[in-house]
Design a protein around this ligand. Structure first.
Ligand code: ZN
Length: 495
């Protein structure tokens, strides 16, 4: 999947073969840093509300941008097929001058992005040839075209150099986006959370609406040559809170339980159920499948109506993505706030290792979302001054966290792990979370109190105690310790 904006450091990069090597990486900022760093970039999304004339102009510019990308990419692809190499310098020069009259210096941004895409491809390709890529990733393919394959229509995107635009906020929720090279002043709606130096602006047409993506290096001052290249938002730095303690949390991430969390300081555990996310995912998956088959049938039988179903199909794909994004982000916000309330200053999360999936497409989708979730979690935890470490969790779900043996039949039924030696039953994902703790040299007590939550459209809600009971460890029963009431209180307040 070729992203539109190059990764900016942070958690996962493509050349980190996932789930294969023991890895441990950390989110960039934790104790407040005086100077903003590479990882302190946050992207703000604003909805654009262009007038009719402005929209026509945006379409023209986006079309030219996609044309540049596609033609440049095509020439490079031909070179690659012929010689295995790409002449970056000459192609850059040729295409910059060809598109400079329409796009101005912004043509350079498109070329830079294409350079980056080819560069990442070559890196991956090298790893592939050395046999260092996980099997599921298959053979890497060169950068794709900005095109809807069926309609043959170009995808509408515009890139604007960091000194060729500025934002004029009217108030906290709206303002104007000024594009200097094209004499455009377009109304936007949206809240700007961060203040700092602006980067390359990306304008995208998504599901019938225009959006502006503004990357902001939080807290950084603009260059002297570009004093207006500064976005005024709410916060001047990413870390808004200080950790309240030095406790550690260990998280297993999955599909049934989105997050299973244990702690080194408490026998309370947290489960955030992924069932709503799963249901939403499968709902849209069915919709997408239906539209796709109707569309293909119509198309194969020469009916023009296939175009309408293609539009439905595109819409369903967009909706699926947006809904999942919303659910995951809601869950992540809640979790980060809860961990902060419990005095955590460091989190260890297992990087999911999923074995033998029969559907590689589904597998890729899951890996893609897990990467996103871990990255978002790292970003939100940073706001609380909590450090995030990503730990390879290979083997953590099979091992028994009570006696450390790999019981052959440990995972007796879905969701429950039974220790054959001691007879203790434990939620399987909490078992994995305890093993993650062991892997990094901590001991997490066997959970005695489990707080279960579910993600809903209106936020994260606690499950009723009765439903929560099914996830408890039945064989261990002790009265709650003193001081835990405080913990529960925090959790309730924070939801
Ligand atoms: Zn055991």
């Amino acid at each position: 999947m070729s992203g539109l904006v190059p990764p900016r450091g942070g958690s996962i990069s493509l050349d980190e073969p996932v789930g294969r090597y023991p890895t441990l990486f950390t989110n960039p900022g934790t104790p407040s840093h005086p100077k903003p760093r590479k990882g302190d970039v946050r992207t703000v999304r604003l909805r654009l509300l262009p007038s009719g004339a402005q929209e026509r102009k945006l379409r023209k510019l986006a079309d030219a941008t996609a044309k540049l990308w596609n033609e440049l990419n095509y020439v490079r692809l031909v070179q690659f097929r012929a010689s295995g190499k790409v002449n970056f310098k000459d192609t850059e020069h040729e295409f910059y001058y060809r598109f400079n009259s329409v796009l101005g210096v912004n043509a350079g941004q498109v070329i830079n992005l294409n350079n980056w895409a080819w560069d990442s491809f070559f890196k991956l390709f090298r790893l592939y040839r050395q046999g260092k890529l996980p099997k599921f990733m298959g053979k890497p393919s060169p950068p794709g075209f900005w095109k809807d394959r069926l309609l043959g229509r170009r995808l509408l995107r515009i890139l604007v150099r960091n000194d060729r635009y500025y934002l004029e906020p009217i108030n906290g929720g709206e303002g104007y986006l000024v594009l200097k090279d094209w004499g455009l002043r377009i109304k936007y709606a949206g809240r700007i959370k961060w203040s700092g130096k602006q980067g390359t602006l990306v304008i995208k047409f998504e599901d019938g609406r225009w959006f502006a993506y503004v990357p902001i290096t939080v807290g950084a001052k603009p260059a002297k040559s570009n004093p207006k290249g500064y976005v005024k938002g709410i916060y001047e730095k990413i870390q808004i809170e200080e950790p309240k303690g030095s406790n550690k949390a260990f998280i297993d991430i999955g599909l049934n339980n989105l997050f299973a969390v244990v702690f080194n300081h408490s026998d309370t555990a947290i489960l955030i159920k992924g069932s709503t996310i799963k249901a939403e995912y499968y709902y849209w998956k069915r919709e997408i499948g239906t539209y796709q088959s109707v569309r293909d049938w119509l198309r194969n039988h020469g009916f023009e109506a296939w175009r309408r179903y293609h539009a439905y199909w595109l819409h369903a794909k967009y909706k699926q993505h947006e809904r999942l994004r919303h659910y995951y982000r809601t869950a992540i916000r809640f979790l980060a706030k809860t961990l902060h309330g419990m005095g955590v200053d460091e989190v260890f999360i297992g990087y999911p290792y999923m074995l033998s999936q029969n559907n590689s497409n589904e597998y890729n989708t899951n890996v893609w979302w897990f990467n996103k979730v871990i990255r978002w979690l790292g970003e939100v935890l940073q706001e609380y001054g909590i450090r995030l470490n990503v730990v390879n969790e290979y083997g953590t779900s099979k091992q028994c966290s009570i006696c450390n043996i790999n019981h052959e039949n440990g995972r007796i039924k879905r969701g429950l792990y039974v220790c054959e030696l001691t007879g203790i039953k434990i939620n399987a994902d909490l078992n994995a979370a305890r093993n993650i703790a062991k892997r990094v040299g901590y001991e997490a007590p066997i959970p005695k109190k489990i707080l279960s939550y579910i993600v809903t459209t209106n936020g994260v809600k606690p499950l009723t105690p009765k439903e929560g009971v099914t996830t408890k460890t039945p064989t261990v029963k002790t009265p709650p310790k003193k001081g835990e009431e405080g913990v529960i209180y925090c959790l309730m307040v924070n939801q």
